[in-house]
Design a protein around this ligand. Structure first.
Ligand code: AMP
Length: 270
């Protein structure tokens, strides 16, 4: 595995991006990331993984600072997986050139965009920069961050002529979606997160089976969950899988949730 830290060396190393799949990450490599890497390796001859904890997508500096980082462990994991290139750019290199600013319209200010002001503007900005540096035509991203996937498809896939390969969410045996942030949870919070995930998986199943009978307004259930688990839920909503509009159950839908548990914000969808 070649570890590359400068844009100059990256372009020298990878002249033809045709057969390179790109897996952008913020590190803390886990089985969710690994599934994206394997999907890329299946489809492409070579795979490039980036590790970049992007400061502009964090609402609070404290959140950025405490984001779990373990680059040594990540390098060991990625070497074992036979990743071809690992790109670890510096913040100053990514942000040294001027680039388009993204502004979300009202209809996009839903779910996390409503609760994390500026978050997706930061995500789109950094992905725009990374995609202009790494000219891969195949990007591998997780459905775990469904809204992110949706917005990158909407704003960037056409511009760069990139295929966004969406990969399913990988969960632990007790149904928690793998996430680097889970490292910040204590045992009790992990137990609660597992119970919440199991309840929501059940709810999604039931709503699929009896779609005509179920209520679309989940505000009562939201309060019930908040009291039961002592959490603060930002949103709990059924939305259309394709356009993320509030769902009328006619089209394929997903149940989206974001909540704060012990000061840590978790998101998931089912
Ligand atoms: P992150 O390092 O959290 O920014 O995630 C990098 C990529 O991995 C994103 O495309 C995520 O959607 C994806 N990802 C994160 N967690 C999971 C998971 N549990 N299953 C599948 N993909 C994931």
């Amino acid at each position: 595995m070649k570890i590359i830290t400068s844009i100059f060396n990256l372009n020298k190393e990878i002249k033809n991006y045709k057969n390179v799949g790109f897996v952008p990450t913020m590190g803390g490599i886990h089985k969710g990331h690994i599934s994206l890497i394997k999907a890329s390796q299946k489809k492409k001859n070579k795979t490039i993984v980036s590790i970049f904890v992007n400061p502009t997508q964090f609402n609070k500096t404290s959140d950025f600072k405490k984001y779990p980082r373990d680059i040594k462990k990540d390098i060991i994991s990625l070497k074992k997986l036979n990743v071809n290139y690992l790109f670890i750019p510096k913040i100053k290199d990514i942000y040294k050139f001027n680039s388009r600013k993204f502004v979300l319209r009202k209809k996009d200010k839903i779910l996390c965009a409503k609760f994390r002001k500026g978050h997706f503007e930061g995500v789109l900005d950094v992905m725009n920069r990374l995609m202009s540096i790494i000219k891969s035509k195949d990007l591998f991203m997780g459905e775990k961050d469904y809204q992110q996937l949706h917005l990158i498809k909407k704003f960037l896939s056409k511009k760069f002529g990139v295929r966004i390969n969406a990969c399913p969410t990988i969960r632990t045996a007790n149904k928690i979606a793998l996430s680097t942030r889970n490292k910040l949870l204590n045992k009790k919070s992990l137990e609660k997160a597992s119970k919440i995930a199991k309840l929501l998986i059940k709810m999604k199943k039931m709503s699929k089976l009896h779609s005509s009978k179920l209520k679309l307004d989940l505000s009562d259930y939201k309060i019930e969950l908040e009291n039961k688990f002592n959490i603060k839920i930002d949103y709990l909503e059924f939305r259309d899988e394709k356009n993320l509009k509030l769902n009328n159950r006619k089209n394929k839908f997903r149940l989206f949730v974001a909540y704060n548990i012990n000061g840590i914000r978790l998101i998931d969808n089912f």
